[in-house]
Design a binder for this molecule. Structure first.
Ligand code: CA
Ligand code: CA
Ligand code: CA
Length: 128
């Protein structure tokens, strides 16, 4: 299960190049993105910081600002399986579904279970 969550998709801490093509890039370098997400600069991304980051990623991806991600919008979040977060199967990913799935990934990446993501844990989640 851990491999399923992390394999290929990893965290959505960083937006894909498709987002960069929109002209408002989120940082795709893991270390820089980590520092951006670590708002209080204590060397870890806690739940609040992660939640804030996920909202940013969602809004960057939601091109038509309707509060749901479909097709290319989902691709902008770096997801390779568009159906992955679509729990109710309506073909689109709501903010709630997006955040829920993002925290499944947070838990999978938080290998020491301290409720914070260290840079090392983020690197490991990305296979770096
Ligand atoms: Ca922090
Ligand atoms: Ca949308
Ligand atoms: Ca941790």
């Amino acid at each position: 299960m851990l491999r399923t969550v992390l394999g290929g998709v990893a965290l959505v801490l960083f937006a894909s190049t498709a987002t960069a093509q929109q002209g408002r890039p989120l940082e795709s370098d893991p270390e820089v993105a980590f520092q951006q997400a670590d708002i209080n600069a204590d060397g870890g991304i806690d739940h609040r910081e992660y939640h804030n980051r996920m909202i940013e990623v969602f809004y960057f991806a939601d091109g038509n600002r309707d509060g749901y991600l479909v097709g290319i919008e989902i691709a902008r979040t770096g997801r390779q399986n568009p159906a992955a977060g679509d729990v109710d199967g309506d073909g689109r990913v709501s903010m709630r579904e997006f955040i829920d799935e993002a925290f499944d990934r947070f838990d999978a990446a938080d290998t020491d279970d301290d409720e914070r993501l260290s840079l090392e844990e983020v690197r490991a989640a990305y296979g770096m």
